[in-house]
Design a protein around this ligand. Structure first.
Ligand SMILES: Cc1ncc(COP(=O)(O)O)c(C=O)c1O
Length: 394
């Protein structure tokens, strides 16, 4: 396994000329090949019309499913291409039959979009939401999860990596428990995709959702849903159209027999082409090399920030990912972000309302986020931390 050719990937990333972008957890810089895939596809639509372009590019568009499937160890039948992670997640969640009184088990780091959906179904279908406590490292407590399972548990739905920091929840261990007890398992892998290896067999999840624009470096408006084969025989989407469920007789539709039953007829083919290009690009580089480099840059960031007594790091977990969260005494995060932007450094923030359970438990303020990608350098990190210090809080 040879190292990533950093000069090459940087030369293939036009945004590097514009800013030092350190926010892959928000929306990363696309490589040129992704931009080209979107533009070239759009040009075809301009020249031939959308339907004709789609017919010409049918094989290429089909290959997007194989790229997603290969990337996560699934088969193409198990993949639905979506416009974002949330739509994918919701399709799985709202389709799942849950009896009245059923318990939904989740984690303290659960993402806001998922939690409000729990609240809605809890209200509508009389379900109970239960948050599994975290262990002493801040990760979901596996023993607590195992101990609470009974026949009323209808779903385990957790976020693997939260939006607000470096925590990596034990997603595969959760999968083992879910499998052992026959409980459906829905995994939000939005921040994991493109940052680390995803293998649905190892994770033992029934459903997995992810987005294109973050660590995968795809265009905005892309994502995917994985649905384990065993669900394809029975799972009825909460809403359908004549693509996912062709209208075969006046009084009857027939669900497609693959995960595309969750899709609708109209889509952005150009963005899909971009998503496919992004995944192929990541796989050419190698996801394990990507993970290793992100981890190295994130650790460098943490150790530099930790040197400053005015800075508090907020990352949880024993193994941390590429999202570094912190706050600076007596400073307004938005003003810090603006200060960095003026110096052409892109960092971000995460509001307590994005991960309310965790934020309330730890009394977190709005935290600042630095999330380097493999195209960043150690120099980027030292310069970013120096610019932060120049804000004048030290
Ligand atoms: C953990 C997590 N889950 C889900 C999402 C939602 O992804 P999308 O905006 O693509 O729907 C995000 C976005 O920030 C996220 O961080």
């Amino acid at each position: 396994m040879s190292a990533i050719d950093i000069e090459k990937v940087r030369s293939e990333t036009p945004g590097i000329q514009v800013s030092t972008h350190l926010l892959a957890s928000g929306s990363a810089l696309m490589p040129q090949c992704v931009v080209n895939a979107v533009i070239e596809y759009t040009q075809l639509e301009a020249q031939f019309g959308g339907y004709e372009a789609q017919a010409q590019q049918a094989d290429k568009l089909e290959r997007v499913y194989s790229s997603v499937a290969r990337h996560i160890g699934a088969n193409t039948r198990e993949i639905a291409v979506m416009e974002n992670a949330t739509v994918g997640w919701c399709h799985a969640f709202y389709a799942l039959p849950l009896k009245r009184g059923a318990r939904i088990l989740t984690c303290e780091a659960e993402y806001a979009a998922n939690y409000v959906a729990f609240l809605q179904r809890a209200k509508r279908d009389d379900l109970r939401i239960e948050v599994i406590p975290s262990d002493e490292t801040g990760a979901l407590d596996i023993t607590a999860l195992e101990n609470t399972i009974d026949d009323d548990v209808g779903l385990i739905a957790i976020t693997w990596i939260p939006t607000n920091g470096g925590l990596v929840n034990p997603a595969a261990e959760v999968g083992k428990i879910a499998q052992a007890h026959g409980v459906p398992y829905l995994l939000d892998a939005c921040q994991a995709a493109g940052q680390m290896r995803i293998d649905v067999a190892e994770l033992q999840c029934d459903f997995l959702s992810a987005t294109g624009r973050k660590f995968l470096r795809g265009p905005r408006g892309t994502g995917f849903l994985y649905v384990k084969e065993k669900w394809l025989a029975s799972l009825e989407p909460a809403m359908i159209d004549h693509f996912g469920a062709p209208w075969v007789a006046r009084d009857r539709y027939e669900l497609r027999d693959d995960a595309r039953r969750f899709e609708t007829w109209e889509n952005s083919c150009a963005l899909r082409a971009g998503l496919g290009a992004a995944i192929d690009y990541a796989d050419q580089i190698g996801i394990d090399l990507i993970a290793e480099r992100i981890s190295m840059l994130a650790e460098q960031t943490r150790s530099l920030l930790a040197e400053d007594p005015q800075i508090t790091l907020h990352d949880l977990g024993s193994t941390k990912c590429g999202i570094v969260s912190f706050s600076i005494n007596d400073t307004d995060p938005e003003a810090v972000i603006q200060h960095m932007a003026a110096e052409r450094f892109v960092i971000g923030a995460s509001q307590p309302s994005s991960t309310r359970i965790d934020a309330e438990r730890r009394s977190l303020p709005t935290v600042l986020r630095i999330a380097p990608h493999y195209y960043n350098t150690e120099y980027d990190i030292t310069q970013a931390v120096a610019r932060l210090r120049s804000y004048g809080f030290a």
